[in-house]
Design a protein around this ligand. Structure first.
Ligand SMILES: [Zn+2]
Length: 343
């Protein structure tokens, strides 16, 4: 079955999870090399990954998405800042460069939007995040689930989360190029298919158990890849909390006030990327149909967005709930200004 703007099952389709790399910015970067006519390879710390043509060829990406019936796409700047940093560029400079290149791209393509990405451990870079959102019109913050091997469970990241909460900026969380444990994942795409979802769930566990989400209770985080591995470990996180920590060293006690699973419908959303109807069904159950939003990872994983649409269409939800997943939830959270009624 083919999908296009005439036959699709939703008024709009908003994809909150697409990538883009400004090729110009990567020129001369020592980690990037062309390996085929339509792909580059990125080599960092012994991990090799591929960057396919739709990742850097926006015209091709526009064509595929238009044919699939995707009306609006939010570009996540995952990897590009890290690749630039790995090539020796200071992170703040890399952030500015990616923001400016993305803003220029979007200026002639109103169907695109983006998130702001800065070093969450560098409070001085929040000015750049604010510039990207307020001046360039970006739709929220982008945060890697771990930042160059560091996690968000200490006071060092309070300014970042304070900034997000005070301004009501949603955070889109996506695993990094090199997830934790990447050293044992240097083949079979293991860092991509196994390591990255694990990085997301480790990050969620740390956000909860450190008490960070009690300190910043209004934070809203959209998790890539149906939440990574969060769903299957929720029961385990809960039993850890129920057993308590008495007998463990004091610095190993968790600080969350609620059951870990109770944070899912308060602080988290999940996107639909994962090619697995069973997990998507579970995501709708765990997060709620008002907290799941359409996301495909197209460009990084150049398989047609229609595959993801098919999965959403096969979910056992009402028509209205399907619209929520395809666009209304993203429209509300990211303030995209898509109109409910009209042509
Ligand atoms: Zn992605």
């Amino acid at each position: 079955m083919t999908h296009n703007s005439k036959s699709k099952s939703s008024k709009f389709v908003v994809d909150v999870h697409q990538h883009w790399a400004p090729l110009e910015a990567l020129k001369g970067n020592p980690t990037v090399s062309r390996v085929t006519d339509n792909a580059f390879r990125v080599d960092i710390k012994g991990i090799s990954s591929l960057m396919y043509q739709p990742y850097y060829d926006i015209d091709l990406a526009d064509k595929v998405n238009s044919e699939a019936g995707v009306d609006k796409r939010i570009l996540v700047p995952s990897m590009v800042v890290a690749v630039l940093a790995a090539g020796g560029m200071p992170v703040l400079e890399a952030s500015k460069r990616v923001h400016d290149a993305t803003a220029e791209l979007i200026s002639t393509r109103p169907w695109l939007a983006s998130f702001a990405t800065v070093d969450p451990f560098d409070p001085a870079s929040l000015v750049e995040a604010e510039r990207a959102i307020k001046d360039l019109g970006f739709k929220g913050l982008f945060l890697e689930s771990s930042w160059m091997g560091r996690w968000y469970d200490s006071e060092e990241v309070y300014p970042y989360f304070e900034f997000a909460q005070a301004n009501r900026y949603p955070i889109y969380m996506h695993p990094p190029q090199l997830p934790y444990g990447y050293q044992i994942m240097n083949k079979w795409r293991l860092e991509e298919v196994v390591g990255r979802p694990a990085d997301t769930s480790m990050s969620v566990a740390r956000l909860i158990c450190s008490g960070l989400l009690d300190r910043f209770p209004d934070i809203q985080i959209v998790l890539a890849h149906m939440g990574g591995d969060v769903i299957p470990i929720l029961g385990r996180l809960d039993f850890g909390h129920r057993l308590g920590y008495e007998g463990l060293p004091a610095d190993q006690h968790a600080h969350n006030k609620l059951l870990p699973s109770e944070y899912m419908r308060r602080n988290f959303y999940a996107d639909t990327m994962g090619f697995n109807l069973a997990q998507l069904t579970a995501a709708v159950t765990v997060f709620g149909t008002d907290r799941v939003m359409f996301g495909t990872d197209y460009n990084a994983v150049p398989l047609s967005p229609t595959e993801h649409m098919d999965l959403v269409n096969r979910l056992g939800v009402t028509e209205s709930q399907r619209e929520d997943i395809f666009w209304r939830n993203a429209n509300r959270l990211f303030r995209l200004s898509l109109a409910e009624t009209g042509a």
